[in-house]
Design a binder for this molecule. Structure first.
Ligand code: ADA
Length: 558
């Protein structure tokens, strides 16, 4: 399953995932053997490959002819795509979508090979041994599209409120895949009935972005309590009739910062959220729709209104569901805890910036996304790091001015970057990595930000706070790693943050226990990050009821 709604009625599409493919590892003791696997899959889910790191190839046949486009929602982490043995495209990063166009196919059966590589090397600046697992495989959906002379690459629809009137900023990118110049008409229709039509010509192979600001008519705003969505449908026509279409969804809502407040439709938000990795012991990072739904339902039960996609862009299915459920999302580009030296990797800037471009291009329409984040816990305390943060923040602003930006810092009183974004965010671990009381520590950091940093008078968020517990380890001694200790630490931490004057809320670290890279074992029993409120199978720890009680006792607005 790719999306929760139908995106094309005219363009012919076929989902190639949600079916059995062949998988063969390119190295190791099973090299050359062929396995039947379901796609999406991480090969770590196949018993022989639970710890395989390297390259593997996924193969299946498909039937088509003419010009096709293959769309991959996520291949982990480096992909090479071949059609009938000829390379059709390459892509780096497990967490962003990409596509390849192949022209001139004979009508008939063809072979698709997807080479996926999850190995670590200098060429991979973002996927490094880390406190989460870089799995291998086709981890998200794959679609085959049959194209005519031109196609709509994207429809961007960003809401805007001017003088109490809702409008939509529309941008539609159209690409020619024809050998000839041609004239087209584009019809864009908002579900409310508002419509715009533009005629234009495209030279052979040309790409064009068409922009319009339109009045939205009577709309119900999107909010937590009533996440109302509207479709935006674009149809491309030539003189023979409709050749292509694309339907997207949007929500009319406004996210602003005003002094220390984060405002959703003018109301002061209180974030009650979880950090969540895409991780599951049975599926790796390739969670199926029902498992994603289940995670969101558990978060709902716990009283959360928000989720942080730590530490990379998430599957569109997840975002579609958050749009529908009224769950707010902090989405961030892919990076976790990169040191100055890692940021100086020659591939770092290009890979991190490409991730931002691909993330915003694919996800800009989701009303659930309220903040764009970058560079979790990277070297924001160094002049070199500062320049990278600045460049990446500017890149976001060039692409989307409708959302505030932030990044989760662990640099305490040495962060140099708080003057750059609209929101100041901290990851704090009092009562876990050090013994200072949560209340005093949160207050101390908050006051330092207000009195001595360029982050003063901006909204302040705690983007991580938490403690580890091994599921089932219970002891009255209240020692670390016990469920009792975690429950007590979370109670102190949550109260400290939610009671801190001027603080806009919290994302707890973390929703569930997750597997980590074995190379990164320090402080991580079971080679897992054990700070989940539920364990990796989503079984409740003692902290569950504590978190649920506290989140439910604070309203969504301050
Ligand atoms: C961080 C980091 C998380 C995780 C957490 C922890 O600050 O952003 O990815 O590693 O600490 O568990 O210590």
């Amino acid at each position: 399953m790719i999306r929760t709604f139908c995106t094309n009625r005219i363009r012919k599409t076929e989902e190639l995932s949600d079916s059995l493919w062949k998988f063969s590892p390119c190295a190791g003791e099973h090299s050359g053997q062929v396995y039947q696997v379901s796609v999406p899959t991480c090969w770590e889910s196949i018993p022989d490959f639970a710890a395989y790191r390297g390259e593997g190839v996924f193969t299946r046949e498909f039937q088509a002819g003419g010009t096709i486009r293959l769309v991959f929602q996520g291949v982990s982490h480096t992909a090479r795509i071949c059609v009938d043995g000829r390379e059709a495209g390459r892509h780096y990063n497990a967490y962003t979508p990409f596509s390849c166009v192949v022209k001139g196919l004979q009508e008939g059966i063809h072979t698709l090979e997807v080479y996926a590589d999850n190995s670590f090397s200098e060429k991979s600046a973002l996927h490094v041994p880390n406190d989460y697992m870089s799995y291998g495989g086709i981890s998200r959906g794959v679609v085959l599209e049959q194209l005519k002379g031109a196609y709509i690459e994207y429809v961007h629809a960003v809401p805007l409120r001017e003088d109490s009137v809702w409008k939509a900023d529309l941008k539609v990118k159209v690409n020619s895949v024809s050998e000839e110049d041609c004239c087209y008409r584009l019809n864009i229709r908002l579900e409310t009935g508002e419509e715009v039509v533009e005629e234009f010509s495209l030279k052979a192979g040309e790409e064009k972005i068409l922009s319009h600001r339109i009045l939205a008519g009577q709309v119900e705003p999107w909010c937590i309590e009533n996440p109302k969505l509207y479709t935006v449908n674009a149809v491309l026509l030539d003189e023979t009739g409709a050749v292509d279409d694309l339907t997207e969804r949007m929500g009319f809502r406004e996210i602003k910062t005003e002094g220390k407040d984060l405002l959703l439709n003018g109301k002061k938000l209180r974030i009650k959220g979880f950090c969540r990795h895409e991780d599951h012991p049975m599926f790796g990072c390739a969670l199926p729709y029902s498992a994603i739904c289940q995670d969101l339902m558990i978060m709902r039960d716990l009283g959360a209104n928000a989720v942080r996609t730590s530490h990379y862009p998430n599957d569109q299915l997840f975002l579609d569901l958050c749009d529908e459920m009224g769950i707010l999302v902090w989405e961030e580009n892919h990076a976790r805890g990169l040191s100055l030296e890692q940021m100086q990797n020659p591939y770092f800037e290009e890979q991190a910036e490409t991730c931002i471009v691909e993330m915003i291009t694919a996800h800009i329409n989701h009303p659930c996304i309220l903040i764009w984040g970058i560079l979790n816990e990277c070297a924001s305390d160094t002049p070199y790091g500062y320049e990278c943060y600045k460049k990446q923040y500017e890149l976001i602003k060039e692409m989307d001015t409708s959302r505030p930006r932030s990044s989760a810092s662990c640099k305490f009183k040495t962060d140099l970057c708080f003057g750059l974004p609209e929101i100041v965010s901290y990851n704090l671990y009092p009562e876990w990595y050090h013994d200072e009381s949560a209340k005093d520590y949160v207050k101390e950091i908050y006051e330092w930000v207000q009195n001595e940093s360029e982050g003063r008078n901006k909204p302040f968020l705690v983007t991580e706070i938490g403690a580890g517990a091994i599921y089932g380890y219970r002891t009255p001694t209240m020692c670390k790693w016990s469920e009792e200790y975690q429950a007590k630490a979370l109670e102190d931490q949550m109260m400290a943050v939610l009671e801190q004057e001027g603080c806009s809320g919290v994302f707890l670290w973390q929703f569930c226990d997750v597997r980590i890279s074995p190379e990164w074992f320090s402080n991580r029993p079971r080679t897992m990050n054990n700070k989940g409120i539920v364990d990796e199978y989503r079984r409740r720890k003692l902290s569950y009821d504590v978190v649920k009680r506290i989140f439910h006792s604070y309203p969504d607005y301050r």
